[in-house]
Design a protein around this ligand. Structure first.
Ligand code: HEC
Length: 57
C-alpha cells in the first residue's frame, strides 16, 4: 500500500513540474509585455502596433 502511495506522489510531482513549465498569457506573457512593451505599443503610441491583448501579441 505504501509503495502505491509513493508512486502516486512521484507522478503528482512529475506532472506538477511539467505543467508549471508551460507559460500562459495571463500569468506570464502579459506581465512581461505590460512591464516592457506597452508604454510604446498601444493604440496611438509611438510604436506602429499595439501589444495590449493576446490577439495583438
Ligand atoms: C521605447 C518604445 C518602445 C518599447 C518600450 C518597445 N517598442 Fe517595439 N517598437 C517601437 C517602435 C517605434 C517600433 C517601430 C520601429 C520601426 O518601424 O523602425 C517598434 C517595432 C517593434 C516590432 C517590429 C520590428 C520590425 O522589424 O518590424 C516588434 C516585433 C516590437 N517592436 C516588439 C516589441 C516588444 C516585444 C517589446 C517589449 C519587450 C517592445 N517592442 C518594446 C517602440 C518600442
Amino acid at each position: 500500500m505504501n509503495k502505491v502511495l509513493f508512486v502516486f506522489m512521484l507522478l503528482l510531482c512529475y506532472f506538477n513540474g511539467l505543467f508549471a513549465q508551460i507559460p500562459t498569457w495571463s500569468e506570464h506573457i502579459a506581465l512581461i509585455l505590460y512591464a516592457n512593451c506597452t508604454k510604446c505599443h498601444h493604440e496611438g503610441g509611438i510604436a506602429p502596433f499595439s501589444l495590449l491583448t493576446y490577439a495583438d501579441a
